[in-house]
Design a protein around this ligand. Structure first.
Ligand SMILES: [Ca+2]
Ligand SMILES: [Ca+2]
Ligand SMILES: [Ca+2]
Length: 133
């Protein structure tokens, strides 16, 4: 389930890289990091991460229902991930569910528990998410 948000972000990034200039030496994770790090202090605060989560949510919610239905989430999450994140079993993901998942991701990624995510921590958590079957 931890892959859900990262996959969502990676998918939208690959769309962005198709329409924008591509830089082979900068990974998707680094692009994401810079885009999320609004104040440019090279650390992601919880507020910055949550703001990005809300932006992502609104992008994925293409029918503007305020929730992600399986058809919308389909490109971003497998059935299992979707079910895992749907904590109230409503059949769709609310913003609250997406945010609580994002906070779990955040705390898991914050390896030194200083309340901020460095690029290294984000990269490590991304790598771990890629290894998870
Ligand atoms: Ca920051
Ligand atoms: Ca929707
Ligand atoms: Ca940290």
């Amino acid at each position: 389930m931890k892959r859900f948000i990262l996959l969502a972000i990676a998918s939208s990034l690959s769309v962005l890289t198709m329409i924008g200039p591509t830089k082979a030496d900068i990974s998707d994770v680094e692009i994401l990091f810079v885009r999320t790090d609004e104040d440019g202090n090279l650390n992601l605060s919880k507020a910055e991460v949550l703001k990005m989560a809300i932006v992502q949510f609104n992008l994925v919610d293409s029918n503007k229902s305020g929730a992600l239905e399986p058809a919308e989430a389909g490109e971003f999450a497998s059935d299992v991930e979707f079910t895992d994140n749907d904590t109230d079993r409503s059949g769709s993901l609310s913003l609250e569910e997406v945010i609580s998942e994002k906070l779990e991701d955040y705390n898991r990624a914050d390896l030194n528990s200083d309340g901020r995510l460095s690029l290294d921590e984000v990269k490590q958590s991304y790598r771990k998410s890629q290894d998870t079957p």
